[in-house]
Design a protein around this ligand. Structure first.
Ligand SMILES: [Zn+2]
Length: 142
């Protein structure tokens, strides 16, 4: 069988009981909103992404790349993979926790309103990080 067809068939298969139980645990046990189905987006803004495939769960760090001053592309970075056959839910949770902690460290405080934002939601005003809402409010000053 061509491997592309095999991949497609495997992707269409429901998750195994183990992976489904890991997925449910992530959906219900984290102190953050979780969206998505086989790919879970944890937190708002997204703090970590967990992509469930037929025999493994991949944990990704959300990262945004600026292509132009006003166009951003999502470029999630792989943090690690937990295989169903030799991995555990504890390993997956540890990886998710690490990824969330790493992501939160990249947040910066808006110099105007003091709220913490991920880097992709902050602009710069006079060398200080500033959030979009505050930039909007100050547009008249430019
Ligand atoms: Zn602000």
């Amino acid at each position: 069988m061509p491997s592309k067809l095999l991949d497609a068939l495997l992707l269409a298969m429901p998750l195994s009981l183990t992976l489904e139980s890991w997925r449910q645990h992530l959906k219900t046990q984290l102190p953050y909103p979780v969206q998505g189905a086989n790919t879970l987006f944890i937190g708002e803004p997204t703090l970590a992404i967990v992509d469930f495939q037929h025999n493994r769960a991949e944990v990704l760090l959300p990262a945004i790349e600026w292509r132009h001053h006003d166009i951003q592309t999502a470029k999630p970075q792989r943090q690690g993979v937990v295989e169903e056959r030799n991995g555990t839910l504890e390993q997956l949770m540890a990886l998710v926790d690490e990824t969330i902690a790493f992501r939160l460290k990249s947040f910066r405080e808006c110099a105007s309103c003091g709220t913490r934002f991920p880097p992709e939601m902050l602009g710069s005003l006079g060398g200080e990080p500033i959030c979009r809402d505050c930039i909007k409010g100050r547009r008249v000053l430019f």
